[in-house]
Design a protein around this ligand. Sequence first.
Ligand code: APR
Length: 255
Amino acid sequence: MDQAIARVARAIECAERILVISGAGLSAESGLPTYRGIGGLYNGFTEDGLPIEQVLSGPVLRSQPALCWKYLAELGRACLGAQPNAGHLAIAELQRRKPQCWVLTQNIDGFHQRAGSPEERLICIHGAMQPLYCQSCAAESETLEAALRGGLPPRCQACGGILRPPVVLFEEMLPEAALEQLYSELGKGFEVVLLVGTSASFPYIAEPVLRTRQAGGFTAEINPDLTLLSHSVDVRLAGRALDVLVNLLSHISSH
Ligand code: APR
């Protein structure tokens, strides 16, 4: 592992434009469940007998808001009850050392922001769990925490409409602004792309890796298991995000 770590550290040290792509595996170390693989949220059916991908979908939020909010509240409580871990902090430290280091996250837990990653270089491609907004009058509402203390589904104080988080639910489109930012930065090219804790299940996650490789850049993956991109990256660091990222940062000079 140490030779592989040294190789990734060297590539990062020599690079200016770096993209870190994070997934649920980074937050697994904070105690949040991943979606796929062992113990993943998607492996089973909910107690309501429906797959989680169905209850956490746009159509169910519209047709059965109380059912959707039952699981949104569960996700929300898990995020509010957990903390960013040393892996998030290591990524924020890397961004401090490298002013053109960006983060593309699929996570909706807000941990990158709480760990100190600059919002202007953080692309949240699946949105976030707050601030809630009203689906009827679009008024932004109280915090998720306050909403979870009240009845579900939470209602807009201004018009009585049902509130929702700005998260991308199943069968919903990705946020335009985040997509535009991603493709604008991709267009400038990245010298290094680092995949952390993601099964790379989506084309917009694979694309930055494949484009960087084609352009002669360096790509690496941090994951205890193999993924769809394991055979496409230059280096695979087979380990847990927290341990590997802390180790990696210790091999990168801070100036
Ligand atoms: N460190 C690093 N990686 C880990 C760890 C860990 N401690 N534990 C698990 N992993 C890896 C798993 O091996 C898996 O490859 O994290 C990955 C988690 O994959 P998913 O559960 O598919 O999560 P993610 O890739 O983020 O899913 C993408 O799917 O449905 C959507 O919105 C959902 O954002 C999510 C997206």
